[in-house]
Design a protein around this ligand. Sequence first.
Ligand SMILES: CC(C)(COP(=O)(O)OP(=O)(O)OC[C@H]1O[C@@H](n2cnc3c(N)ncnc32)[C@H](O)[C@@H]1OP(=O)(O)O)[C@@H](O)C(=O)NCCC(=O)NCCS
Length: 181
Amino acid sequence: MPYEDMPDIRLRPCEARDIAAVQAIYADAVLTGLASFELEAPTVEEMQARWTKITAAGFPFLVAERGGELSGFAYAAAYRERPAYAGTVEDSVYVDRRHRGAGIGRMLLAEVIAHCETGGFRQMIAVIGDSGNAGSVALHQRLGFDHVGTFRSVGWKHGRWLDTVLMQRSLGAGDTAPPQI
Ligand SMILES: CC(C)(COP(=O)(O)OP(=O)(O)OC[C@H]1O[C@@H](n2cnc3c(N)ncnc32)[C@H](O)[C@@H]1OP(=O)(O)O)[C@@H](O)C(=O)NCCC(=O)NCCS
């Protein structure tokens, strides 16, 4: 569905007043799902610190509102800290379970990709927990990510081994030009 057919969904930069709702969405995913390899949900204060660090570094951190309710968030952050990785980002996207399947994840991630392309980054990596995460794999495929590989049984959560699925997408000029950060 094209975005213009979803007029009740609005994207905007995350603000300090949104952090409690962002934390609630993420905490549910941490405690009940397999996408995040965290075992304990971060506090609102910790989530605020992460948001501050990400945005201070110039990365996009967006939220989606649906019918006025905060229904999802997505951001990009450094893939790795060592300087040669500076042109590569890793994405994160989480949608409130009550709003999944409505196109919100696609809208959020597409906008994060657009911001990162404008920002001069050249590659985006998705580290998806677990192999059974059909929604995240489908979302990333839909937005042009290729499957790169799967690390088998690298996480232990909820009493079972978890894989990570690695997916990758070029941004802008990709590897035909240096990063412009
Ligand atoms: C993964 C997630 C962000 C997707 O967001 P969403 O708003 O539900 O996804 P969308 O409605 O935008 O769907 C995007 C595409 O994926 C497909 N899709 C979504 N959920 C799916 C599922 N469970 N199984 C198969 N395909 C699915 C949709 O059909 C759509 O494809 P289309 O545009 O070709 O129709 C959301 O399910 C979520 O928050 N999951 C838990 C946390 C998580 O896994 N985050 C990703 C961390 S890497």
